[in-house]
Design a protein. Structure first.
Ligand SMILES: Cc1cc2nc3c(=O)[nH]c(=O)nc-3n(C[C@H](O)[C@H](O)[C@H](O)COP(=O)(O)OP(=O)(O)OC[C@H]3O[C@@H](n4cnc5c(N)ncnc54)[C@H](O)[C@@H]3O)c2cc1C
Length: 473
């Protein structure tokens, strides 16, 4: 790449200013609601570029966004009039097959890590979509097909290298700044720009049983069907990661789909899928045994279609923990099914997604580990003029689910929530964990330079005195 020079910012990568060819495409993020336009995009190639860009931003008092995959349902990866540190050119993944670890550069995508590890018979814990930023998911929590067996994505982080707000390049690991490593596992973007994380990898099964099965129950069948499906999915083993997608088609008829991946032994997988298949006659069934990469690629096409994951639509996602019985879930969701929609003309869709099961927090990381499945409402539509309408519809649906005893009042996975406020951040981490993170934030970013994230406000000025000695700078 030809070194690019602006009057002030010189980096090895590329600097784009508003108006440059390719600027708008490079600035675009997955959620099309926001329409913000930064002044500069620094497409960094390494830690030196990151340092220079941070220094430049601070000297010129510019807002800083850090961009990996750009798939967060908030607008953190973009800002108005500031600078975006776009890390996507830093996408190397280096697998150590003996140590069963990978060093993942700050801008690599989930699909990059999965493909590289698969070559060595290994797999990372990561989310389902290959286009999600790996650091974007790992540093904020994250879960996917291997999470019930191996934990959340952040649980696999064993080290990180980052550039701090004052431009220092530092590392954390179990032996070096262990408190910072703890913070990286769920609140990472608060402490600096991560140029590389090191993660644990796991055995890649020879093949998996995966795909999507879809039913179209009648209105009379719907409450009972939803109740038994939820109970059946909750009773499956930790080798099965299920995602239930409930929606209505353009005629208003309900459909219920389950996208799943079973990572366990073939006979156990067959037995579990047979139980699910036996629930009712499916209208579509793509579940088949295949090598993992083929299976997830095919499954992502199915999920994209069922959940309307088109890039650039306006989005509003909410996420709460399931409460109450399966019968309550079936009855209340069926009674509110008319609030879901598919409108191919606008286009727009609102679907209800029930993801995963419980998540154990064996390492005590900051990321919220749920006691039960996540109940998400995923709305997508074209045209910012419809934002108020779709926001109101998702809020009304959540109010109906809460009044019916289906969801908790506390938000679920923070990495899948739009319109996050500071109250939601405190609530999500919980007061004790938040306070511990605030002390860490005060030690590494006391001026809150990195605040376009699930932001932790720095604790008072003496906070760094309370950090373990090896963590203080
Ligand atoms: C279609 C879709 C499917 C999804 N599927 C799943 C799923 O299966 N499982 C799941 O758990 N989540 C899923 N998510 C949620 C997603 O994982 C999170 O929103 C994640 O934060 C997105 O990361 P990103 O890098 O793509 O986004 P970005 O917006 O680029 O980054 C997200 C946040 O992390 C910060 N960040 C990113 N990289 C760095 C870095 N190197 N250093 C410092 N800060 C950094 C950014 O500044 C920002 O605050 C999905 C989201 C979408 C839109």
């Amino acid at each position: 790449m030809t070194p690019t020079t602006t009057p002030d910012l010189q980096i090895r990568g590329e600097v784009l200013s508003a108006g440059d060819p390719g600027f708008d495409e490079t600035a675009a993020i997955w959620d099309g609601r926001h329409g913000q336009r930064p002044a500069l995009i620094a497409r960094c190639l390494g830690a030196a570029d990151v340092r220079r860009a941070i220094r430049y931003a601070r000297q010129n008092n510019l807002e800083i966004s850090v961009r990996c995959g750009g798939h967060n349902p908030n607008d953190y990866a973009i800002n108005d009039g500031g600078i975006v540190l776009d890390l996507r050119l830093m996408n190397s993944v280096q697998v150590d097959p003996v140590a069963r670890r990978a060093r993942v550069a700050g801008g690599a995508l989930a699909g990059d890590v999965v493909r590289e590890a698969a070559e060595f018979g290994l797999v990372p814990v990561t989310g389902m979509l290959p286009a999600i930023g790996f650091c974007g998911i790992a540093l904020n929590g994250g879960e996917g097909f291997f999470s019930h067996r191996y934990g959340m994505v952040c649980d696999s982080i064993v080290g990180a290298t980052l550039v701090t707000a004052d431009g220092e390049l530092i590392r954390c690991s179990p032996d070096e700044r262990p408190e910072l490593l703890w913070g990286m596992r769920g609140a990472g973007p608060n402490f600096g720009v991560v140029t590389e994380i090191e993660i644990a990898l796991y055995d890649l099964p020879d093949s998996v049983l995966a795909g999507m099965i879809t039913w179209t129950p009648t209105p009379e069948q719907l409450p009972g069907f939803l109740a038994s499906l939820l109970s059946t999915l909750q009773a499956t083993s930790d080798d099965l990661y299920p995602v239930m997608i409930i929606g209505t088609d353009e005629t208003g008829a309900a459909y219920v789909a389950v996208a799943l991946c079973h990572i366990g032994a073939a006979d156990e997988a067959e037995a579990e899928i047979t139980t699910i298949r036996a629930m009712a006659t499916a209208t579509d069934d793509t579940i088949a045994r295949a090598p993992y990469l083929d299976a997830v690629n095919a499954l992502n096409v199915d999920i994209d279609e069922a959940a309307g994951f088109v890039d650039g639509l306006c989005r509003r996602w909410t996420d709460y923990e399931l409460t109450g019985s399966s019968e309550t879930f079936g009855a209340v969701v069926a009674a509110n099914i008319d609030r879901l929609l598919t409108d191919p003309e606008l286009p727009a869709s609102i679907s209800l997604v029930v993801e995963g099961k419980h998540l154990n927090n064996t390492l005590g990381t900051p990321a919220k580990h749920r006691d039960g499945p996540a109940v998400m409402i995923e709305a997508g539509w074209r045209g910012t003029e419809h934002t108020a309408r779709f926001t109101a519809v998702t809020d009304d649906m959540n109010a109906a689910l809460r009044a019916g005893g289906v969801i908790s009042s506390v938000s679920g996975n923070i990495h899948s929530i739009s319109d996050v406020t500071s109250d939601i951040v405190v609530e999500n981490y919980g007061p004790e964990t938040y306070q511990r993170l605030a002390e860490l934030k005060a030690a590494y970013d006391p001026e809150n330079i990195f605040h376009l994230n699930y932001n932790i406000e720095p604790a008072g000025p003496k906070a760094s005195n309370r950090l373990p000695e090896e963590d203080t700078k």
